[in-house]
Design a binder for this molecule. Structure first.
Ligand code: BEZ
Ligand code: FE2
Length: 409
């Protein structure tokens, strides 16, 4: 591929907005620096000036999405976690059937048009692989293990292993493992899956402490989950406590999703075992959960991503919509600090969590870029993250592997 050079008013490099910078790339980044130095180093190359108000970011990363539920709009119940879960059990097949190739391609394009160049797809059946095979985006494919009934473990586990194999056949798709949740997977199956993750060097993710119901069920088999488990699974006590669940992950740094109900001790445990968090603010709001304690997570320097979750618990997969909601939800965090942290959470942090080679505009990284625009010249650089989030409904242009894959018309 021929070398290309882009010059922007600002290039976002590792948390800093570098003014009048340019980047040289083919499929990977070759050099980035002051535009005059780049012009001197590459005198025969055309430099495309992205124009007044241009900001160039590394490709955004959405670490947690359920594409197989993309057809949901008004089927699932919102407002209460257990009510929602019950509606998922009832309508699961109908929603998955409705999530056709075209629907899933539409969902991936919606992410792309908001700048998402890579995503973590949680999958319980692997039926969406056909659609994922067609995207230029990088995918970490989290094959999900679910099932608390000891009699079903062997069959469910065999199917899970088959799906891991099936998702290992595509160059842009990295197979990985998702444990559904502490309340829904038998500990024996979790141990087997984590052993497999070690053997095959696979990333691991799990929903964790998403709702008050989950906290009460794991903490003493009481609360809203009790009648749910009695009705659907014929059991009246939890298979494991929160502490027992977390202890299974001691040797496996894991990407835990939601974590809205974690306390100080949990935060310390997450930190000491190098776990990370997927923060899904709109999903949490829509399913009746409290906001994730983001200020504490930032204070303790736990790595976190901001992610959309699926259309099963959201109204769009636009990552910029997610950041705008996060800005409004976490009113206890100073505004520009929060905006900076949110941008980091969908670039450098999310990329590192998924083990990919984007996330930062520096030599040797994959050439994934997102162009955002501000129509008025910014009066100061301290608020660039905030303004970028507020004033860009979608990306202006997106590059994956050095090629334009989206252009706003
Ligand atoms: C299960 O398969 O055991 C299960 C599924 C969803 C919620 C709870 C349990
Ligand atoms: Fe999820």
């Amino acid at each position: 591929m021929n070398k290309k050079i882009l010059k922007a008013d600002y290039i976002y490099i590792n948390g800093v907005y570098c003014q009048d910078y340019a980047v040289v790339f083919d499929t990977q980044i070759i050099e980035v620096g002051d535009v005059e130095i780049i012009k001197a180093n590459y005198p025969d190359c055309f430099v495309e000036d992205l124009g007044a108000g241009s900001l160039l970011f590394p490709g955004f990363v959405n670490t947690h999405v359920h594409l197989e539920f993309s057809s949901n709009q008004t089927t699932l119940q919102y407002g209460s976690f257990v009510g929602w879960l019950e509606s998922v059990l009832i309508a699961r097949e109908e929603i998955i059937q409705g999530s056709t190739l075209e629907v899933i391609k539409g969902a991936m394009n919606a992410m792309l048009s908001s700048g998402v160049c890579a995503f973590g797809a949680i999958s319980s059946y692997a039926r969406e692989l056909e659609a994922l095979a067609t995207t230029k985006q990088k995918v970490v494919f989290f094959n999900e293990l679910i099932g608390s009934n000891p009699q079903s473990i062997d069959a469910l586990y065999a199917d899970f292993v088959r799906r891991i194999e099936e998702s290992s056949c595509y160059p842009h798709i990295t197979p990985a493992i998702a444990i559904h949740a502490p309340y829904s997977v038998h500990p024996v199956a979790i141990v087997k899956a984590l052993r497999l993750a070690k053997e095959k060097n696979l990333l691991v993710s799990s929903h964790f402490m998403e709702s008050r119901a989950e906290k009460e069920w794991l903490g003493g088999s009481y609360g809203e989950f009790k009648p749910f488990f009695e009705k659907y699974l014929g059991v009246s006590s939890s298979l494991c406590s929160k502490e027992e669940f977390l202890s299974l992950f001691r040797a496996t740094p894991t990407h835990f999703t939601h974590a809205t109900q974690i306390d100080e001790e949990d935060i310390n445990t997450l930190k000491s075992y190098h776990h990370t968090i997927a923060h899904c603010p709109r999903s949490n709001r829509l399913l009746g959960s409290a906001p994730m304690p983001l200020a504490k997570i930032i204070e303790k320097e736990i790595a976190f991503s901001t992610a959309t979750d699926g259309l099963s618990s959201n109204y769009s997969l636009n990552i910029l919509d997610e950041l705008r909601s996060a800005l409004m939800i976490h009113s206890d965090i100073q505004l520009s600090t929060l905006a900076d942290k949110l941008i980091e959470s969908i670039t450098k942090s999310a990329n590192a969590i998924l083990g990919l080679n984007g996330g930062v505009i520096e030599k040797g990284r994959d050439a994934h870029f997102v162009l955002l625009r501000l129509s008025n010249l910014p009066s100061q650089s301290a608020l660039l993250s905030l303004w970028s989030i507020l004033h860009n409904e979608r990306a202006s242009r997106v590059y994956v592997d050095g090629e334009v894959v989206f252009n706003k018309v």
